[in-house]
Design a protein around this ligand. Sequence first.
Ligand SMILES: O=C(O)[C@H](O)[C@@H](O)[C@H](O)[C@H](O)COP(=O)(O)O
Length: 306
Amino acid sequence: MELGLVGLGRMGGNMRQRIRNAGHTVVGFDHNQEISDAKDLADMVGKLTAGDQPKVVWVMVPVQAIDGVVTELAELLSPGDIVIDGGNSRWTDDTRRAAQLAEKDIRFVDCGVSGGVWGLENGYALMCGGDKETVDVVMPIFEALKPEGEFGFVHAGKVGAGHFSKMVHNGIEYGIMQAYAEGYELLEAADIVENVPEAFESWREGTVIRSWLLDLLVASLKDDSHLAKIRGYADDSGEGRWTVEAAIDHAVPMPAISAALFARFASRQEDSPAMKAIAAMRNQFGGHAVKGAEAADPSYATPPKH
Ligand SMILES: O=C(O)[C@H](O)[C@@H](O)[C@H](O)[C@H](O)COP(=O)(O)O
């Protein structure tokens, strides 16, 4: 089968390779001409020549770039052709993009892709949304990308269901990582377990908490046993926020995942305005000493007089 692939970065580049390894033809486009097979989107679409078959284009670009690519593809593709959004898009944007393409009778599939930089070797878990007939056309590409085992693919439902499923997957990812991270901090702080990396490594087999994320944490601890080379700062690219927002919409209690999200926000603060306020109130009601401000205002060191 033939595929146009837009975006050949860390994810798209490896996906092109995995799809080619399975014997399909991929015409990739990237702004970086050194890795691109086409000079622009029009050139890429022009190079798809699979006779009377619908053209299929997989978009693997950062969220901010998707609307621009979809708008251009709407002009370049023909009725019956298919666009797949494989990025980490917000699921609520899928119906809008599907409607925009449907005006030209172009079909749309949303597909959450998991696996990161290991996907070339291990395969990518895929969560897709769209109508069955359209998903069936793309199936040979999904088969090429997915892991070899029994699992790793779901047609989750109509348009939006793929990205919704990937969003919840990522919310769970936040919660699991946070739990390992908190356990790590306690083991480091308590000073009773002599070799913390060894304890984590022992959990990789036989325990109820063995997992790939644990394996990855062990790999990091092997390289840097106290994580001394890394600052405790974690970004987020949106999926955790959208998960918590969806939980609010459905009144679903989500204490673990929301705490994991908020822990990332806290990681970016030099100092905590909220904790300053708590320290100030403790000082006011109990005369408890505050740190850091004594030099600026000596009155903080002693109980306020009311
Ligand atoms: O399943 C995956 O392969 C990951 O979830 C992947 O999609 C990506 O690494 C996250 O988007 C990072 O998300 P945050 O930036 O929100 O941590």
